[in-house]
Structure formats: structure tokens, C-alpha cells
Design a protein around this ligand. Structure first.
Ligand code: FE
Ligand code: FE
Ligand code: FE
Ligand code: ZN
Length: 162
């Protein structure tokens, strides 16, 4: 694209995470079903509800831009989910599978944290305050989700897996 503006890159990246979130939304219930730790299962279910709301927020950001909410295949999230599927298929020991589910979840959260951090910073730079607020709200949820997974791993799952 010749003469690309930061607005264009913002929209491209928004489409990337929109597609990513919709994929995560369908992956989370499968991960929760596979989890044997009740605590992990609850955390994944809770984040599924948050993710549905995050998709809503993204739809609002598209609206603020006057653009239709549309995804653009996110190869990174596709790949992370595919790796997670492999873990769920191949690991038969439930406790070890839980550790693998947490690892998958955290890889996904870290990608999302990177994306939302970038998008929120660009929205601020572009004076899109409402969009920046929405993106920062989701960024905070992703950070909390990541921390919750760390806590579950460190307090129980890793020891049970070892
Ligand atoms: Fe998310
Ligand atoms: Fe992507
Ligand atoms: Fe997330
Ligand atoms: Zn982290």
C-alpha cells in the first residue's frame, strides 16, 4: 500500500485481533472442558465470558471508525490454538495436560497483551480517546487473565504435574 497512514495500520491490526478473539472464543470452552483442575476450569470459563465482551468492545471500536466489524485471518492465534490442540490430543496425563493448557492460555494472553498495548497506544496518538479507553479496558482484562493463570500454575497445577 502506497502512502499508508497509521490509521490504516490501526485498522489492519484491529481486524487481526478481531479475528483472533473470535477464534479464542471458540477455543476456550474446549480448553475448559479438557481441564481437570476445577480452578483452571473456572478461570477459562470466566475468560470466555470476558472474551465475548471483548469482541463487543472491538465492534464498538470499528463503529467509532465508521468501519464494518470484519476480521482478517490472524495466523499467530491460529498457530497458538493449533499447538494447544496438539497438547490436548497428545497428553493423556490430566495433571500434565493442565500445565500444557495453562502454557497455551498464557501464550495467547501474551499475544493479546502485545496487540492491545499497541492498539491502545496508537489510538491515543491518533486522538481516538473512546477507542483507546475501550482497548485499555480489554488490555487490563488480558493482563489479569495472564496473572490468574500464573497463580493457578504456581499454587497447584505445576506441583501436581511434576
Ligand atoms: Fe481477549
Ligand atoms: Fe495476528
Ligand atoms: Fe484473553
Ligand atoms: Zn505474563
Amino acid at each position: 500500500m502506497a502512502n499508508t497512514k497509521l490509521e490504516d495500520l490501526f485498522l489492519m491490526t484491529l481486524k487481526d485481533i478481531y479475528h483472533g478473539e473470535t477464534q479464542i472464543l471458540s477455543a476456550l470452552p474446549k480448553m475448559a472442558e479438557k481441564a481437570s483442575s476445577g480452578e483452571l476450569q473456572n478461570a477459562l470459563k470466566k475468560h470466555e465470558l470476558e472474551t465475548a465482551e471483548q469482541v463487543n468492545r472491538l465492534t464498538q471500536v470499528f463503529q467509532l471508525l465508521g468501519q464494518p466489524a470484519k476480521g482478517e485471518p490472524c495466523e499467530a492465534i491460529k498457530g497458538l490454538i493449533a499447538e494447544g490442540d496438539e497438547v490436548m490430543l497428545e497428553i493423556e496425563t490430566p495433571e500434565v495436560c493442565d500445565a500444557g493448557l495453562i502454557a497455551t492460555g498464557q501464550a495467547i494472553e501474551h499475544y493479546e497483551i502485545a496487540r492491545y498495548g499497541t492498539l491502545a497506544a496508537w489510538a491515543r496518538e491518533l486522538d481516538m480517546r473512546e477507542a483507546a479507553d475501550l482497548l485499555e479496558q480489554t488490555l487490563e482484562e488480558e493482563r489479569t487473565a495472564d496473572e490468574t493463570l500464573t497463580d493457578i500454575a504456581m499454587s497447584s497445577v505445576n506441583r501436581q504435574a511434576a
